[in-house]
Design a protein around this ligand. Structure first.
Ligand SMILES: [Mg+2]
Length: 385
């Protein structure tokens, strides 16, 4: 079976709800085959740029064996090698194509993708969702969740402490610091030490992804379990965090980590370093989330699945058949062939992606942005904990 024309569907929407605000900007990629099977993937990393990269890759894919996922991953890497390190854009493009190829293979063989990745290690996957307030956290527990993530760049410790008090000692708590460029190593040590007292499942992105030396120093300085990887570019981007055991939990972005081929390699590298996997997926589109579910069903070191629940209402309209059903804080592995998800092309086409980058609507919170946009001392220095 040979790969044929590729299609891309950029999609974006402004989002406003009680949990999150900002922009959803997803890119869906389809691959048609001469056998009449269409595969679906999702790429992120910088969707409109990734769209261009996918279109550039089409000539090196058309006519190739659609089953040869590893070979085609290498072929795409070589095709882009002149651009330098692949990064999140290259891995987003490779990942979207790779995801669609796994979807094709599953459909052709009549099995879900997790079956192709080694078979089911578990029948269901534990999930977490996000909360900004104690009330939201308690509401999430009432919906069945047993793990809550909070965070932010302003007073994250106070916010986390309030949520820990609300959810009690038995639920798991995660705190995402989002690794902004102004988050310095000394501040990260202070914050992580304070958060360690709350017994978190992990502290996420305690430093900017570029600050690998900072991760080394922080690792030695704090007892807090650390997580990161969502803004690193694929297998080689995540590798330094794992090879030096700088994180306990690796969080490859399921839309910019080289697809299931790349994600599987990252998971295996994590297994070698006794790290667990919690993909960055819930803020991506539903196709990438399905890919994360298949991965977590088939690897031994799956930790937990990220879900944005509730997300903006249109998330459900993007796909046919609804989201994976969650019960008792878990989702069950899909059983349909392939990834088991299809998108509503008309709904997606109605909201084309219009931009690649931007600051949050209304600006950044006070104290995190000022005269200097990119790097600045975090002021005031009170309020860290
Ligand atoms: Mg994060």
């Amino acid at each position: 079976m040979q790969a044929g024309p590729l299609g891309v569907s950029g999609w974006a929407a402004d989002v406003r709800n009680s949990i999150t605000s900002g922009t959803r900007n997803w890119l869906f990629v389809t691959i048609e085959t001469d056998a009449g099977i269409t595969g679906l993937g999702e790429g992120s990393g910088w969707p409109r740029v990734v769209e261009t990269a996918v279109n550039d890759l089409a000539p090196v894919l058309i006519g190739q064996d659609a089953f040869a996922t590893e070979r085609l991953a290498q072929r795409m890497s070589v095709a882009m090698m002149g651009h330098g390190m692949s990064g999140v854009v290259g891995q987003g493009a490779i990942g979207a194509v790779d995801m669609a190829l796994w979807d094709i293979k599953g459909k052709a063989l009549g099995v879900p993708v997790w079956q192709l990745l080694g078979g089911a290690v578990r029948e269901r996957i534990r999930c977490y969702t996000h909360a900004s307030t104690p009330e939201q956290a308690k509401a999430a527990l009432a919906r069945g969740y047993t793990a809550i993530k909070t965070g932010g760049v302003v007073n994250p410790v106070a916010k986390a402490r309030a949520i820990r008090d609300a959810i009690g000692p038995d639920a798991d708590l995660m705190i995402d610091l989002h690794g902004p460029p102004w988050l310095s190593l000394p501040d990260a040590v202070v914050i992580c030490d304070a958060l360690a007292e709350l017994r978190p499942l992990f502290v996420e992105e305690p430093l900017p992804p570029e600050n690998i030396e900072g991760y080394r120093a922080l690792r030695r300085a704090t007892k807090a379990p650390l997580a990161g990887g969502e803004r690193h570019g694929g297998f080689h981007g995540c590798a330094p965090l794992l090879l030096e055991s700088l994180v306990d939990v690796i969080q490859p972005d399921s839309g910019r980590s080289g697809g299931l081929t790349g994600l599987r390699k990252i998971a295996t590298l994590a297994e070698a370093r006794f790290a667990t996997v919690a993909p960055h997926s819930g803020s991506l589109g539903p196709v990438a989330e399905f890919a994360a579910i298949h991965l977590l069903g088939a690897i031994p070191n799956a930790l937990i699945l990220e879900r944005l629940d509730p997300d903006w209402p249109g998330r459900g309209e993007t796909i046919h058949g609804g989201h994976p059903e969650m019960r008792d804080g878990h989702v069950t592995l899909p059983t349909a062939p392939g990834l088991g998800v299809t998108i509503d092309e008309a709904f997606v086409a109605a909201s084309p992606s219009l931009r690649n980058a931007g600051l949050p609507s209304g600006g950044w919170p006070a104290g995190t942005e000022g005269a200097t946009l990119y790097t600045q001392p975090r002021t005031p220095r009170t309020g860290l904990t």
